[in-house]
Design a protein around this ligand. Structure first.
Ligand SMILES: Cc1cc2nc3c(=O)[nH]c(=O)nc-3n(C[C@H](O)[C@H](O)[C@H](O)COP(=O)(O)OP(=O)(O)OC[C@H]3O[C@@H](n4cnc5c(N)ncnc54)[C@H](O)[C@@H]3O)c2cc1C
Ligand code: SF4
Length: 523
């Protein structure tokens, strides 16, 4: 191979994992190649149009996957520089310390991680600094210990959300400010890069004020002359040496042409579903079940959280613009009347009529979609789903992705919804409508039923789990493949369990940790 195709490190995928790793390794001076199948998100008005983004799905991949029954699945995922962080809500949570140990759920056991919280803690602190997280420690009762404060003050609540926070506190709960990666300076609005708009969650940021992996990591990494990015570079297969112990060739399709690249170290970070698919596609005599898959765990244990979007309607309008500032973890590990974990309550970005049209919402009697959206508090509920080997990514005969998933551990989630319903009836009486103001909870019912459907793969994780035992995991605790010396995985695939908070900060912190390991190895 010549100089143009030979590198020290190749990173495949530029999202939360790959982008953050590139940032970490860039100052090393090593020759680094980033391969990204997508392009940059175009900067255009539609970035902030809910019709284009939510109703028309303008930026979603048009790729079609299959479900267990062979039915077409149109995944809500995005292939761009920065990966899904271009579209995320930037709620940047640490997993709870207990999430790293074994936890007993109503639906079964959530197994322990091969590393403890303490090992990741310094990297969480660094990731919070890098992604400019705005938050407040010591209020969330489940907050794990941290070695320092958040780098920026929390994002303030707008009046309707503050009223809800006051109500919840009056009921003896401990609502807190969501830790957010937005470049907002409320003390100096004229200079603030973020303008606190209503189209953050689910949308790219037109003014580059969201801490996404492109803006925060990939662009700065590319200022180093030793870092190269190829966009439109779809990695199709990884080839190994005759022994099967090293990846020798990364096969890429770019503009319809097949190209080959090589590196001392190859890092896969395509997102949990695509990374598993890539390894499964890379079969060989030494790896007949797929690369690094002697354990047969690659593609298995797919998790994506049990999630619901629930709208609480009131007669009074909810004029909030930036809604995703409040969360509640009081029921994360259970409650007085339930001994098992239930999960996390927070918000989605403010819904509007266009967004509601994207599904088949249950319309409350006497309301229109527009009216519902103007009067709703729009909650996002997350509970942990457990790793089940039969929930898995496989390939069909043509090499296309098949995603089989049977939800589990749902009772805690149902109880979490019931808790929220009960809390909503205890809101302060409104001065105009009295208690009649609060009309109860309605499932957004995006696609039949109140759960986020299978196509909602936003929180995908778990398909190439790390662990100490090569019989039950594909990666070692440093996220290196047990069976392939120079292969690492740093996206959400490595999670052995999903916890019940959003995954991105854990992916970023782990990428920094693995980055240190790779740097030490490269010398
Ligand atoms: C609408 C939305 C809102 C979200 N909100 C939050 C939130 O508030 N907080 C939070 O923590 N998380 C949130 N998430 C989830 C978060 O974005 C993901 O957990 C995170 O981006 C996953 O990081 P990753 O590195 O695993 O994969 P990704 O970020 O998906 O990156 C994978 C990259 O690999 C590229 N790729 C894939 N296949 C190939 C291939 N074969 N060759 C080359 N390149 C390839 C993709 O184009 C992509 O750039 C949200 C997600 C969505 C969609
Ligand atoms: S301006 Fe701020 S609130 Fe709006 S999309 Fe950008 S980061 Fe989000």
């Amino acid at each position: 191979m010549d100089q143009a195709t030979r590198f020290d490190v190749i990173i495949i995928g530029t999202g939360a994992g790959g982008g953050t790793l590139a940032y970490r390794l860039a100052p090393s001076g090593k020759r680094i190649l980033l391969l990204e199948r997508g392009d940059y998100v175009p900067r255009e008005r539609d970035n902030w149009e809910t019709r284009a983004v939510n109703l028309e799905g303008k930026y979603n991949t048009k790729e079609v996957w299959r479900d267990r029954e062979g039915e077409a699945l149109h995944p809500h995922t995005n292939y761009y520089v920065g990966g899904n962080t271009k579209f995320y809500g930037a709620a940047l949570f640490r997993l709870r310390r207990e999430d790293f140990g074994e936890l007993k759920h109503q639906g079964g056991i959530s197994p322990a991680w091969p590393i403890g919280y303490e090992e990741l803690e310094p990297y969480y602190t660094e990731a919070e600094r890098l992604y400019q997280v705005h938050g407040e420690r010591g209020v969330d009762p489940t907050d794990p210990p941290a070695s320092g404060p958040y780098p920026h003050p929390p994002v303030s609540h707008e009046p309707r959300i503050q009223a809800l926070a006051d109500d919840l506190a009056r009921l003896g709960l401990r609502p807190f400010h969501v830790p957010l990666g937005v470049m907002l300076d409320e003390g100096n609005p004229r200079r603030s890069r973020c303008i606190r708009c209503g189209t953050c969650d689910g949308h790219p940021c037109l003014v580059y004020a969201k801490s996404d992996a492109q803006v925060v990591c990939v662009d700065p990494a590319l200022e180093h002359p030793n870092v190269t990015l190829l966009t439109g570079a779809h990695v199709r297969r990884l080839l190994t040496s005759a022994s099967g112990r090293e990846v020798t060739t990364v096969v890429v399709e770019r503009d319809g042409i097949t190209e080959a690249y090589s590196a001392d170290i190859v890092v896969v970070s395509c997102g949990a579903i695509n990374s598993a698919a890539l390894l499964l596609r890379s079969t060989s005599a030494k790896h007949p079940r797929g690369l690094a898959n002697g354990s047969d765990v690659v593609g298995r244990h797919y998790m994506g959280h049990v999630n619901s979007v629930l709208m609480a309607l009131s007669k009074c309008p909810n004029p909030t613009v930036f809604q995703k500032t409040l969360a509640l973890n009081d029921f994360y590990f259970g409650s007085e009347d339930w001994d098992f974990p239930m999960g996390h309550i927070s918000f989605v970005g403010k819904l509007d009529g266009e967004t509601l049209k994207a599904g088949a919402p249950a319309i409350a009697p006497g309301w229109t979609l527009d009216l519902m959206a103007k009067h709703s508090l729009d909650f996002w509920l997350t509970s942990e789903d457990l790793p089940d080997p039969d929930n898995r990514v496989t390939l069909d005969r043509d090499g296309n992705i098949v995603l089989a998933y049977q939800p589990n551990n749902e009772e805690g989630h149902r109880r979490l919804i019931a808790k929220l319903k009960a809390l909503m009836t205890q809101q302060t009486k409104c001065r105009v409508h009295g208690h009649e103001c609060h009309e109860g909870l309605f499932a957004r019912s995006l696609f039949l039923g109140q759960r986020i459907p299978l196509a909602g793969v936003a929180h995908q994780n778990g398909t190439i789990r790390f662990g100490r035992d090569p019989r039950t995991s594909a990666l070692d605790p440093a996220c290196r493949a047990h069976e392939v010396d120079n292969l690492y995985v740093v996206d959400a695939s490595f999670f052995p369990t999903s916890g019940a908070v959003n995954p991105a900060l854990t992916i970023m912190a782990n990428a920094l940790r693995v980055g240190d390991h790779i740097r030490a190895r490269l010398g």
